[in-house]
Ligand binder design. Sequence first.
Ligand SMILES: [Zn+2]
Length: 307
Amino acid sequence: MRAPRSVPLLAILALLPCVRAAETGGGLPPTPSRAWVQALFDSWRAPVPPRHLGGNLYYVGASGVSAWLITTPAGHILLDTGFEDTVPIIVRGVEQLGFKVTDIRLILSSHAHIDHTGGHALMKRTTGAEVVASAADARVLESGGADDFLVWPKDTLLYAPVPVDRIIADGDTVTLGGTTLTAHLTPGHTRGATTWTMELADGGRSYQVVFFSSASINAGTRLLGNAAYPGIVADLEQTLATLKALPCDLYLAPHGGQFAMADKFARLDRGEGVAALVDPAGWRELIAGAERSFRDQLAREQALAQP
Ligand SMILES: [Zn+2]
């Protein structure tokens, strides 16, 4: 299989959207423009080849928005669907890997933003699968992105609404065909952001896999005095504590740039197997970086709030 497109720029964009927007008073990133959002989203839409990662886990996403296929004898689980217009990449990928799209039984998500759940409605129609989400993200999914606290231009956030079939709470599990995923509610990036974990069996070994929800603060979002999301600071504090406590051998994330996808997939292509993905130090660095960004923005907002 050919190597994925190199995405160093995407890596930077995925992790640091605020850096791309010109900073304003107090170093706080402003609300991005419609053109900026569209350029960011468009940079993530290119196709990449699907991949077997290890055990029953596969990548079927686009260049900059992930989608994970977990196969079982009783049907398959799909985690994230990308944008509506990148759903064909997932469908093609599943088929190229030798599976049937109509065998997808469950659709999960990392968090209810258009770049990860914009394809949910189309994928549900295509497969008849059940949509599983946290209560807070279910409200966003069922409103098609309207019930979102982000201050980005509203039309950039909207997508086809999708009914949610099953609500999961913190610690709930989803089991299909002998594979179990556990939901860890990690709110802040969205109110219902969910980090999923599973055990991956490969080559006689077992690996703790973490599917990161994201924990960044989108440009324009304020931590203090945020009337649309008064609990955002407390939620992010709790989320960081939850994420730090998760056992993790290998982590995956909604955007390739968050888990060094280009490097890791290149190593997979060189035949290193699942070892190419094992990166507990990278996980700790990712969470440490998220915490630094959070504390830095909080300190800036507190300084601005001083009389
Ligand atoms: Zn997001």
